[in-house]
Design a protein around this ligand. Structure first.
Ligand SMILES: *Cc1c(COP(=O)(O)O)cnc(C)c1O
Length: 429
């Protein structure tokens, strides 16, 4: 008994666990977390951390939210799981109804899966088979340079090429990468697309902000123009709102900044308020109709064991209820306004470049004189400095960002800002 308790959780972890995006040999000591509540995570020594990255952008209302927990508990005692082929249940149906009401009015059907990457896989398969079911084979897919759509093979294929994808490069399918649109390049993008339009199965994009690439932001009007052109070329559009969905950009969905409507949308991350893994792919009636047939070979052959898991659906229902409450909407507004004020201060700091914001997401480049790269060593130093101060920020290389849960108070947010300024001064050399 004694020997067991003497082995630390870190040691036990190291013996059996393999962590994501982690070079296990050179990794720093990892931190055992024993509790989460609201904005805070607590380690095994009682130290608390402000989780201002929402645990990889998933937590919306804070950790261990009692209302979501209660709803999941009730569902757990009622129906925990049921095969979703040949059967249905209230939580999935209610969630589909509620979600569709909030989306652009051309979104008509909901397909469930397990995470952001699978939501993207489903979307890609819908588009490729959409053509196939109509007797066409479209071999090309359009995506943005620097895109990130997930880590499974299809999602990797449509993501920008990097060190991550290098070992798999020869196994990825053909994708044409284009620049994100701006006021100057629209014409050139249009002619690039026009040349191959007949062969393009779909265009997939992160709307308004490329998250994993380093919170790179671009303009709604420019995206709208590009979407309009794709619509005219009859290219299906997949809007990946895995990150931007559920209030992050200041509106419920990035779609609400746009007048053009995508054919397909992807959701995950904030979908369940960050409590349970789930992915959703929605589509228009037009897409759905291409599969609607007496011909069984026109079926969408895709599914997962846990498709539309009732617990995850219930978590999403509870989270969306909280999201639509006036108080949450006011918090989102307040965080956005506080960020705007802080940007003014940040911008004048000599170590800060390109301070930017959309809604509750704030980002800036830490000037290193070595350019921007994920493998920039400064990121690790900054990460450790913030950790010591009890703040979880996980820089993307030298790019620092905040994606706080909506429960963060204005005082807590000011504390984070103050710490950022102190750390910047400390690293001013
Ligand atoms: C995180 C992310 C994904 C992948 O989601 P996972 O749940 O991590 O597989 C896909 N698209 C975007 C835009 C993301 O930010």
């Amino acid at each position: 008994m004694d020997t067991v308790t003497q082995i630390s959780l870190q040691q036990r972890d190291k013996a059996v666990n393999w962590h994501p995006y982690t070079q296990m040999k050179t990794a720093d000591e990892i931190i055992p977390i024993v509790k989460g509540q609201g904005l805070y995570l607590y380690d095994n020594e009682g130290k608390k951390y402000m989780d201002v990255v929402s645990s990889w952008w998933v937590t919306l209302h804070g950790h261990s939210h009692p209302y979501i927990a209660q709803r999941i508990f009730e569902q757990l005692n009622t129906l925990e799981q049921v095969i979703f082929a040949g059967f249905t249940h209230e939580p999935a149906t209610q969630l589909s109804e509620n979600l569709l009401q909030l989306l652009p009015d051309n979104q008509n059907k909901v397909f469930y899966s397990d995470n952001g990457s699978t939501a993207v896989e489903v979307a890609l398969k819908m588009c490729i088979q959409y053509a196939h079911n109509q007797g066409k084979e479209k071999t090309k897919i359009l995506a943005f340079k620097n895109a990130y759509h997930g880590d499974t093979f299809g999602a990797m294929s449509v993501s920008g090429k990097s060190y991550w994808t290098r070992p798999f490069e020869s196994r990825l399918f053909e994708v044409v990468f284009i620049d994100t649109p701006n006021a100057e390049n629209l014409k050139s993008l249009q002619s690039q697309i026009k040349e191959i339009a007949d062969e393009v199965a779909c265009f997939i994009y992160e709307p308004l902000i490329q998250g994993a690439a380093g919170m790179l932001m671009y303009n709604a009007e420019d995206l709208n123009n590009l979407m309009k052109f794709c619509r005219e070329q009859e290219i299906l559009m997949i809007q990946d709102e895995v990150f931007t969905g559920f209030g992050r950009t200041g509106k419920l969905f990035a779609a609400h900044y746009l007048t053009e409507k995508p054919d397909i949308m992807c959701f995950s991350k904030g979908l369940t308020g960050g409590t349970m893994p789930m992915g959703i792919t929605t589509c228009s009636q037009t897409v759905y109709d291409a599969f609607w047939s007496d011909d069984k070979y026109k079926t969408l052959f895709h599914g997962h064991s846990f498709t539309a898991n009732p617990l995850a659906c219930t978590a999403a229902l509870a989270s969306m209820e909280l999201l639509l409450q006036k108080e949450t909407q006011m918090n989102i507004k307040r965080i956005s306004q506080q960020h705007s004020e802080f940007i003014k201060i940040l911008t004048s700091h000599p170590k800060v470049e390109n301070a930017r914001q959309i809604g509750t997401i704030l980002a800036f480049d830490f000037q290193t004189g070595q350019g921007t790269s994920y493998f920039n060593e400064i990121g690790k130093k900054l990460y450790n400095e913030f950790l010591q101060r009890g703040i979880i920020m996980r820089p993307l290389g030298n790019i620092l960002y905040l994606v706080p849960p909506y429960c963060i108070s204005s005082e807590e947010l000011n504390t984070v800002y103050q710490n950022i300024l102190e750390v910047l001064d400390q690293f001013k050399d």
